[in-house]
Design a binder for this molecule. Structure first.
Ligand SMILES: [Zn+2]
Length: 323
């Protein structure tokens, strides 16, 4: 969990709660101004409640007919609200979330965070790492029919079938995390085959499942690497320590002598040493990775024990939805 984002989500809920309480008070005031009868009924109901509370504190049994008397007053209030042309529940507590009544927690015995807080948190996390806020790039919205149903040479599958296999591989990986073997995943293929879409779909699934994802572009990586190299500081802990790190479009960044390779190796090596999962998309093939980043980096990304290497094949579909 990113504590800062969780805090924001909780503050937003508190703000909702405050606004709803205000609405409830305003309604009450409005009704009392319009109808002295309801005002007196509300006072009666409060007297009954207070009387009961006092009774409990003084260990007295509540009057037997109390529930009926309460119900009678409530019925009376509802009837009069209706006569004023207002909904019967106009004076009921107002809240956005019926599960937790905007308290943020559910459960009497085991208190846990309500789904509404998790939703607010996840929306913030998606925004913070650059995913579309509504999370529409998902496995559910992945459309393999964008790929041609024509056979790929030497594969025995059509483009569309091959993409379905890749999609399933990614979804399985995201569903099995953190028990997936191998730990890392590399999507390799030309531009326009939907690698970024798949990365986003994996990120969305992991976030939905409650995991923390950091998604950065290869350019952003290089920026961090450059700072780490020249300022001689340890590589930013948010990259090396991220629960799941997704590095998009490796190979598209400029190559900086001494910097790129050393820092990339440090990053991958340190994350593998700490047993943290990394997902990379790249426009480079295994061979091209080796040439550009040296053998020792390529082997970390292509060795079966370290990474699931998924080669995407097919034609550019960037004119379609999946860029
Ligand atoms: Zn809730």
């Amino acid at each position: 969990m990113r504590e800062d984002l969780l805090r924001e989500a909780e503050l937003e809920l508190q703000e909702t709660q405050r606004r709803n309480e205000e609405t409830a008070l305003r309604r009450r005031q409005e009704v009392m101004n319009r109808s002295p009868e309801i005002a007196s009924l509300l006072a009666q109901r409060e007297d009954l409640i207070h009387g009961t509370m006092r009774g409990i504190l003084q260990r007295e049994a509540a009057p037997e007919d109390l529930p009926e008397r309460m119900e009678q007053v409530s019925q009376n209030i509802r009837k009069r609200l209706k006569n004023l042309g207002l909904p019967e529940d106009y004076l009921a507590p107002v809240y956005d979330c019926p599960l937790c009544r905007d308290t943020g927690y559910v459960g009497d015995v085991v208190r846990e965070r309500c789904a509404c807080v998790r939703r607010r948190y996840q929306a913030r996390l998606r925004k913070a790492i650059g995913l579309p806020e509504r999370g529409e790039e998902t496995f559910e919205t992945y459309d393999e029919t964008l790929f041609a149903d024509t056979p790929l040479p030497d594969v025995g599958l059509t483009e569309r079938q091959a993409m379905a296999v890749i999609r399933d591989g990614c979804e399985k990986w995201a569903n099995n995390y953190p028990a997936q073997i191998p730990r890392d995943l590399v999507l390799s293929g030309k531009s326009g085959l939907g690698k970024t879409f798949l990365l986003h779909a994996m990120a969305n699934r992991l976030i939905q499942r409650g995991y923390n994802v950091l998604l950065i572009s290869a350019y952003q990586f290089l920026e961090t690497a450059r700072r780490a190299y020249f300022d001689n500081e340890a590589q930013a802990e948010d990259l090396t320590g991220a629960e799941v790190l997704m590095l998009d479009d490796l190979g598209s960044e400029p190559m900086m002598q001494n910097v790129t390779i050393e820092q990339l190796f440090n990053l991958i090596n340190e994350r593998q040493r700490r047993n943290l999962a990394t997902v990379i998309s790249t426009n480079l093939s295994q061979e091209e990775l080796r040439i550009r980043y040296t053998e020792r980096i390529a082997s970390r990304l292509t060795d079966r024990r370290n990474a699931l290497f998924l080669p995407l094949r097919g034609r550019d579909v960037r004119n379609g939805r999946q860029g």
